[in-house]
Design a protein around this ligand. Structure first.
Ligand SMILES: *Cc1c(COP(=O)(O)O)cnc(C)c1O
Length: 379
């Protein structure tokens, strides 16, 4: 397919595409000339099982032969199975999973939209605290809690009552009062450049939310479903009231979820929210396959992530993040991204000085070795 067709046919929302990708296999993608690339970005932390994984292909094929969509007037087995799997993930991570309730949607932004509506229902007209550096999506509600001025300000006025604060304990203490309905946090700010928040900050946010009757909403859209070597990046640090998920959940099939823990699971009632596609059986079947595979990968993700990090640090790089979500500090990230692509490695540059690595969770040391060798020449 001629790349010149892109500007003739597509809106210029993403700039020029870097490649036309024809297909993928495992951790590699191939362009139309058959050139192979090691995909260290995985569709932005989405393709947890890489490309053409037999478990996903099988689940999609089987479900496509039964029903791809039925509307939310009806329930399906894949949907209830996935909600049960999410409850079990929560139980694995120290929650009472059976007390949680799930709402399915199609993306991370939509999951956060639902969470914002839950915050409004929880405390009508309340303030929502969001963090500088935070990213929650591009739809108007999600954008209203996304800090980056360059992407938010052209679309103002957005939903009101959002207070952006620095991720510091002092800022938290100054911001909280009885009017606060919710605080939205990421455990690791992915789009900001893979920036982990301090555990003390998250614990104080939890305590203040408790004291002022606000919800702690943890956005696990990028970090969830095994990306950091556990189901949720925040577990072991704090307990959330609401969790949003998307990216890795469907392994490349669009699906998002918002999870309400205990009483927050009852905030949405008939009429308060809806979606046509959300939770459809095709997407849920894919997600069930992903969750089934990822459950066996935690040790692998941790060990491979640590191995990769160790090799990069040994070559003088500063590395942030956890598991297989890593930010490597470099001098000129956009230039290095372009150079790496030419050499057959897909990464991205969430900011000017960070290369983000979020490869398929199935990636092995052998597959990573050529990348480490290449990085040697850039250290
Ligand atoms: C990607 C991302 C979103 C938005 O997800 P979309 O599926 O692009 O709408 C929200 N929150 C975080 C933390 C993300 O990384």
């Amino acid at each position: 397919m001629n790349r010149d067709l892109y500007p003739q046919r597509m809106m210029n929302a993403f700039g020029d595409p870097q490649l036309v990708i024809d297909r993928g296999e495992g951790v590699y993608v191939f362009d139309e000339e058959g050139k192979r690339y090691l995909d260290l970005l995985a569709g932005i932390a989405v393709n947890a099982l890489g490309y053409a994984h037999p478990a996903i292909t099988r689940a999609l094929t089987e479900q496509a032969g039964k029903a791809t969509h039925v509307s939310n007037f009806f329930a399906t087995a894949p949907q209830l199975e996935l909600a049960g799997a999410i409850q079990r993930m929560l139980s694995d991570d120290g929650y009472v999973g059976a007390s949680a309730r799930v709402f399915f949607c199609n993306s991370g932004a939509e999951a956060n939209e639902a969470a914002i509506k839950m915050a409004r229902l929880h405390k009508p007209r309340g303030t929502i605290i969001a963090l500088k550096g935070g990213f929650h999506g591009r739809t108007l509600g999600a954008l209203s809690i996304t800090h980056k001025p360059a992407i938010r300000e052209p679309f103002e006025p957005l939903g009101g009552n959002v207070l952006f604060i620095d991720p510091t304990i002092e800022a938290l203490e100054a911001a909280f009062d009885d009017d606060v309905a919710a605080i939205f946090v990421e455990t690791i700010q992915g789009e900001a450049g893979v920036v982990p928040l301090e555990g003390d900050f998250l614990r104080r946010a939890r305590a203040l939310a408790e004291r002022f009757g606000a919800l702690l909403v943890v956005d696990e859209v990028q970090t969830g479903v095994g990306r950091t070597g556990r189901w949720f990046a925040h577990s072991g640090i704090v307990k959330a009231d609401v969790i949003t998920m998307a990216k890795g959940l469907g392994g490349g099939v669009p699906i998002g979820a918002v999870v309400g823990i205990e009483k927050t699971g009852r905030l949405l009632t008939p009429g308060s929210h809806g979606t046509t596609f959300g939770g459809n059986p095709l997407a849920c079947a894919a997600a069930n396959a992903v969750v089934g595979e990822v459950a066996g990968l935690f040790e692998h993700v941790r060990a491979t992530g640590e191995w990769l990090r160790g090799h990069l640090e040994a070559r003088g790089f500063e590395v942030r993040g956890a598991g297989l979500l890593l930010g490597v500090v470099v001098e000129n990230a956009p230039a290095l991204q372009t150079e790496l692509l030419e050499k057959g490695f897909i990464v991205n540059a969430p900011n000017a000085t960070t290369i983000r690595l979020a490869p398929p969770l199935i990636i092995t040391q052998d597959e990573l070795a050529p990348f480490i060798e290449e990085m040697e020449t850039h250290s």
